[in-house]
Design a protein around this ligand. Structure first.
Ligand code: MN
Length: 350
């Protein structure tokens, strides 16, 4: 099976009676923030939305590798792939500042996590899509020099003004996709709030703007734009990762394609969107620990493209791992989804 029991990463853990624990898991959507970032960044909408006691636990983990490692040990997780918390670089309005801060954050996570604990942490590069050419250079530096495993981008990019936004399917960003393919690394498309001047549907219900609903709705349409754009015809080996069980696409895409079959062309894509979904898109379980939705994802997708993740520190690793370790799966599928799919996609040397 190629799976080794890594007991050295699980200290003092006794699973509750009747529960199993899978050791050696890898999780891909785990966020950080440097103390410097917190001090200088804009106030986070998610901070304002949440209960105070909830955010204490979140904050403790945002900066601390040691707490994260204790969480991982307790839950049989061997490696976290770290990424800068949303909206990160994508909300930095000044292009020069965005480019500089992306580089600074990549060095920070490298020095404080990846270099110190190479067996426990790797990272996705933060990149400034405000300047796609610089983003290519930063990605190449992170992959070749720091050993990072891809890029994570928090949705659309704001440029000069909060309502002047750019999506990843737009032609100025094509060179970045080409760079991802050249380096053979995936792009993780992570959620953020809907565009500020396009939030009418949420008026009166601002609690829905973030991870409760707006994140998924915004990311789903962003991903659908990419599927429609033809980018996966031009770059058939490009790889896109979506969190939260594919942001609703496993459920919604068959219906979407069914209707497109009767419509005039929508974008430049040559094949059914469901085909790109199967070949180019990967999904994680981040923040969505619900068995029936998980089964739907497995029914709609290639199970070699589904991967465990938790979405810490906003979600509890205890909850994510206990759910995953006990969700009904064959032994082979649990190993694939918990570990080997990620190890292969990210070419992890573990
Ligand atoms: Mn997340």
């Amino acid at each position: 099976m190629g799976f080794e029991f890594r007991k050295e990463y699980v200290k003092d853990y006794v699973a509750p009676y009747g529960q199993e624990i899978m050791h050696g898991k890898i999780a891909l959507e785990e966020h950080y923030e440097s103390p410097q970032w917190e001090a200088t960044g804009d106030p986070k909408n998610e901070t304002a939305r949440n209960k105070e006691d909830y955010f204490e636990a979140v904050k403790a983990r945002l900066h601390s590798a040691d707490i994260r490692i204790a969480d991982m040990d307790r839950n049989g997780v061997e490696m976290f792939i770290m990424s800068l918390t949303q909206p990160g670089i994508q909300e930095v309005l000044d292009t020069k500042d965005a480019v500089a801060r992306a580089h600074e954050m990549n060095l920070w996570i490298y020095e404080n996590y990846v270099q110190k604990y190479p067996k426990r942490f790797n990272a996705f590069a933060a990149v400034a899509m405000q300047d796609p050419e610089s983003a290519c250079k930063e990605l190449e530096f992170c992959v070749k020099e720091l050993g990072f495993v891809g890029a994570l981008i928090n949705g659309y990019t704001m440029k000069n003004d909060k309502n002047n936004v750019e999506y990843l399917d737009e032609k100025q960003n094509f060179i970045f996709w080409k760079k991802l393919v050249e380096l053979n690394v995936p792009l993780y498309l992570h959620p953020r709030d809907p565009v500020p001047n396009q939030q009418r549907a949420y008026e009166g219900y601002s609690g829905l703007l973030g991870s409760a609903w707006g994140f998924g709705a915004e990311t789903a349409i962003h991903a659908i734009r990419l599927l429609c754009s033809g980018i996966f015809d031009e770059l058939p080996t490009a790889k896109l990762i979506l969190g939260h069980l594919g942001e609703g696409l496993p459920f919604g895409l068959p219906r979407l394609q069914h209707r497109l079959n009767n419509q005039k062309p929508c974008g430049a894509h040559k094949k059914p969107l469901t085909e790109y979904m199967e070949k180019n898109v990967y999904m994680t379980t981040s923040g969505h620990f619900h068995t029936r939705a998980f089964i739907d994802t497995l029914m709609e997708c290639d199970n070699r493209h589904v991967m465990f993740s938790s979405d810490t520190p906003y979600e509890s690793l205890d909850e994510a791992a206990t759910w995953f370790d006990n969700v009904p799966l064959s032994y082979a599928d649990r190993i694939r989804i918990g570990r080997t799919n990620a190890a292969e996609l990210l070419k992890l040397n573990i």
